[in-house]
Design a protein around this ligand. Sequence first.
Ligand code: NAD
Ligand code: LMR
Length: 326
Amino acid sequence: MKSPIRVAITGAAGQIGYALLFRIASGQMFGPEQPVILHMIEVPVEKAMQGLSGVAMELDDCAFPLLAGMVQTSDPRVGFKDVNWALLVGAKPRGPGMERADLLKDNGKIFIEQGKVIDAVAAHDCRVAVVGNPANTNAMIAASQFRRLKPENVSAMVRLDQNRAVTQLAKKANVATASVSDLFIFGNHSPTMFSAFHLAKINGKPVPEVIGHHEWLRGEFQETVGKRGAAIIAARGASSAASAANALVDHVRDMVTPGRVHSIAVKSNGLYGFDPDVWAGVPVRTTTPGSYEVIKDLPLDDFAKQKIAVTNKELTDERATVLPML
Ligand code: NAD
Ligand code: LMR
């Protein structure tokens, strides 16, 4: 058995936290040979810490063989101490009628503080995955506080969008989701994201050839994926939680599995026409566990370029809004 890794989860007593912790402890995120010590971080409010203690009792009651320890804390310096992974989930969710960017002022502050503390106390190889919205810009904010760790160590999650897009394509073509490959998300985790159907395949054949229906691919498909979060809020009265936790399991598991190709949001460094300093969804290939290379030079037609310009503008606007805080 390997020695345990330390994994911090903020917002551990929240909705996503509850759907996530058990899957990490069962081995679905880091594999069946990798013990984990969970660092569960919440706000210093009695209700939250009491809720967290209940979640910890339930984790105990699962007798997971891979769960090598738990830390429950509201002190980020304790919570992020020596962690190898920091999963930043804890933040306000949006309600009906809001856009994710409306959360920026409130949630942005959280990521300034957490970026600083992670840089000060986490393990030297710490990888950070941001889920709290607006996730791309919060990742940029956290990385802006780094002096010791590299900004490339911070990713934001667009995997929920990738998974949503795969299912929509599979339904349209009446095939299993496993038949869909190479579906990448470019840009922001917001309605401006671009689900790059022109690169995707169904049973190895180009999606536009299999589905035909170009108007649907450019219109309704983009809109259904981009606005799925709002549709779930309207239906449930709360934002997606189990599917978000599932997407984070996929995001991290693919990041620790060399050779995997998937979409994550990372510092763009100017690739695909994005502003170099925004965190944009792009296709990546995992090189060594926790490290990736962006897959470069995939062809973009005029429609793709125009969609990327729109989502890039939103990311640069969000960045401009928070720059005075950094
Ligand atoms: P929730 O309100 O159920 O839980 C959030 C938890 O975070 C709460 O328990 C709260 O006490 C805690 N928290 C708040 N600030 C914290 C801090 N500074 N440190 C530690 N914990 C803190 O919300 P949720 O449904 O779990 O959603 C969490 C976030 O994830 C929201 O911002 C939501 O919009 C976002 N989200 C993102 C995606 C995505 O695909 N990127 C998908 C779903 C939800
Ligand atoms: C989602 O996409 O489901 C989440 O980002 C939650 C939201 O606010 O839409």
